[in-house]
Ligand binder design. Sequence first.
Ligand code: APR
Ligand code: ZN
Length: 233
Amino acid sequence: MSAIANIVILTGAGVSAESGLATFRGPDGLWEGHRVEDVCTPEAFARDAGFVHRFYDMRRAALETVAPNAAHEALARLDREWPGELLIVTQNVDDLHERAGASRVLHMHGELRSAWCLDCDARSGWTGPLGDAPECPACGARALRPDIVWFGEIPYQMERIEAALARADLFVSIGTSGAVYPAAGFVRAARAYGAETLELNLEASQGSFAFDETRRGPASVLVPEWVAEMLGA
Ligand code: APR
Ligand code: ZN
């Protein structure tokens, strides 16, 4: 690795798999048991808000039962000790990066522990169910939806992500299948800006061909090894 100052890390469901949270595609994946069009689109929510709420209420409740794994812990250590710019762009809606102690985290697909009011547009931290139509903490309306970016909606903070990719010397993708855009295109954007690119994943992804280097294995093994390399210990 040449002089690396600025790092952008993209994480996907694979970084939380060893904490016990289901991934989307693959054995027992969330999309094996549910249809995207039934739980992950604005149309699904308009058609049957209760069904959509139950899907996210179950996943939000599951957060109480899981903990960060060694991959989250290692990324938090890098976040604390890395002297240059570092941004963890996560597709995940869990809060395991934060619970491990990372602070430079950007949730491009939203967060389970946030509720979005369709009346006043406020976003509020939220840990309980939304299916029983609770009141918005900001305006009192019973108009809260999951603060999740659904298919057909625009991911959050894309300008900030693009600016970080433009400055990146290293782009690292961890635990994502490269199946969903715009995240799946970040590696090619980073390369175009001259960054080195590394993929840490259990198996080949749809984007593996685009990386300078790919390492295969569980995130709980690969990520601590990589972080130790980066920090020289
Ligand atoms: N360690 C490393 N990688 C793993 C592990 C593990 N322990 N377990 C699984 N993986 C890898 C799989 O090989 C797969 O490539 O993680 C990836 C998970 O892929 P997906 O289930 O497609 O999850 P993700 O890439 O995050 O999905 C992207 O799709 O449905 C939407 O919005 C949803 O954010 C999600 C997006
Ligand atoms: Zn409100």
